[in-house]
Design a protein around this ligand. Structure first.
Ligand SMILES: O=P(O)(O)OC[C@H]1O[C@H](O[C@H]2O[C@H](CO)[C@@H](O)[C@H](O)[C@H]2O)[C@H](O)[C@@H](O)[C@@H]1O
Length: 277
């Protein structure tokens, strides 16, 4: 499978895996990266290749004395993400673009409760009502409810209904003083300020403390516009991977979840000391 990785990416992975005392944080988006995009978010599943590769990195992270950590960083609700991603014990799990955090244990997810202020809860109610109104009578458009956000989905809607619903979602966000994030056939608006970039910054600090490491290098793979905020905070020594087409701040690119699986497999080989191609 290694031919799906270009020379620049293979070189970047070799440098990333260099055993120099730094900790390695492998942080992965879910939808479009480990799991192909599908019409029904509840039906989303990792590819078999991605599952095997994630479990391999998870096993490396769980091994005694390892300097590796695994994280899932997604826009999904935390419980939804944990249900679908089935994170190996020890993996960090970040949902709602950073608003929700947890860590997988052998007994399930150990998570930090998310609470909204009364004002935020009221705003979320108004936002959700506006989106419900926006999709009424527009076949294929629907509203996903999350603990701190509401999401307009338009993957199955026609172009005119999509345009009208998106315009209404943008107008609602503006009226409520919120930021509408435009992703792949979604407009997501949260009542808490957060981003995957902030989440990765926090994770880097947590991993440094956890492993008492002098430095933490981060590999992050993402496919959507919200992942650009993660790419933006990464720098020297880190590896940024855009999955699929489109403009990006990432330094590397792969085509799809199968290529992500190949990437993770190659990384596991390098960490295990088997650098043969
Ligand atoms: O950060 P991610 O893990 O990429 O999550 C971003 C959004 O993912 C989900 O929507 C996307 O995947 C769906 C299932 O494949 C697809 O139907 C939708 O069009 C995609 O945008 C999820 O439903 C959203 O809540 C996440 O924010």
């Amino acid at each position: 499978m290694s031919e799906v990785l270009d020379d620049a990416l293979r070189t970047a992975l070799t440098a990333f895996a260099t055993d120099d005392g730094a900790a390695l944080l492998v942080a992965l988006d879910f939808d479009g990266v480990l799991a192909p995009l599908v019409d029904d978010p509840a039906a989303s599943r990792m590819t078999a290749g991605a599952r095997a590769a994630v479990d391999r990195i998870g096993a490396l992270a769980a091994a005694h004395g390892t300097n590796v950590r695994l994280a899932f960083v997604s826009g999904r609700d935390l419980d939804d993400l944990a249900l679908l991603a089935e994170p190996p014990a020890g993996a960090y799990v970040v949902g709602s673009h950073g608003a929700q955090t947890g860590r997988a244990t052998p007994d399930g997810l150990d998570s930090v409760p998310l609470t909204l202020t009364d004002e935020q809860a009221t705003t979320l109610g108004e936002l959700t009502a506006a989106l419900d109104e926006a999709v009424a009578g527009r076949p294929g458009a629907w509203v996903q409810r999350k603990p701190s956000a509401a999401v307009l989905h338009t993957r199955q809607a026609g172009p005119e209904d999509t345009a009208a619903a998106v315009a209404a979602a943008d107008a609602a966000a503006t009226r409520l003083g919120l930021e509408a994030m435009h992703g792949k056939d979604v407009v997501e608006t949260a009542v808490l300020h957060t981003s995957k970039g902030e989440a990765l910054g926090r994770l880097r600090r947590v991993v440094a403390e956890d492993l008492a490491a002098p430095a933490v290098r981060v590999l992050y793979a993402g496919d959507d516009t919200t992942d650009e905020k993660a790419f933006a905070v990464l720098g020297d020594g880190d590896v940024t991977v855009k999955v699929g087409p489109g403009e990006t701040l990432a330094d590397q690119r792969v085509t799809d979840p199968e290529a992500v699986a190949a990437l993770l497999g190659r990384l596991a080989d390098l960490i295990e000391g088997d650098a043969g191609s």
